[in-house]
Design a protein around this ligand. Sequence first.
Ligand SMILES: [Zn+2]
Length: 266
Amino acid sequence: MSPSPPPTAAESSAAASGNAAANSLAAPAWPLNPSQPHGLGLPFPGLPFPDGHRLRGCEVAVADLVQTGQLFYQRGWSVGTSSNYSVIIDRQPLELLVTASGMHKGRLRADDFVRINDQGRPVLPDQPKSSAETMLHVVAAQKLPNIGCVLHTHSVWATILGDKFFHRGHVPIHGFEMLKGLDGITTHETNYELRIFENTQDIPVLADEVGRWLDECLAAGGPGPHGYLIRKHGLYTWGKDVAEAQRHIEIYEFLLECVGRQLLMT
Ligand SMILES: [Zn+2]
């Protein structure tokens, strides 16, 4: 293979100006990309936390989840006070940072989070109440040792398809290129089954059921599990970090909308 000729002066100039443009586009603006080091001290109210604050040291996780709420609210996946998010901040012993109960996800503030243990209880006094579904985050963290974040959304498509396909136990998804956005899936020909659980209001019972299903999935091998639906309620998914969990939400939401819209067309 012959080497490429050296660039002309005009090409060099164009490349340089292109890089300059790319660099200026890449200049950080709040909110930053998740899971990237956040420039603490940026004009974001409440960060960094002062010494002695109950969330001191959790600034990156807080910033990532605040940004997640803004993004998902804008997409209509976390409207009002629905949804909850967590980051696993320690494993020995298990500790999660979880959204506090009843907070509007598009307007999360730095203080709207709780540090909880493997029982779903606050690890420090004087914290706000954690989400009612906290144990669904805990069971995912316990069963899946490689994940770092759990995200739960209440989109329209997840809500209605979880009911439409409940009698089958899963939403069948097949043939879509976007399936490859789920970790470990390498072909659109995958026959994907997105599990659906009944929307019991008994969260400990549901957490046990989800835990047994996760055990079965892990024993069966293969990619995933990546997430599940709760009937007439919403979607749970996770990832090795906030970025991957966000991606899984995006992929699932895209796939669910494809399935739903196809049903409307036939
Ligand atoms: Zn929910």
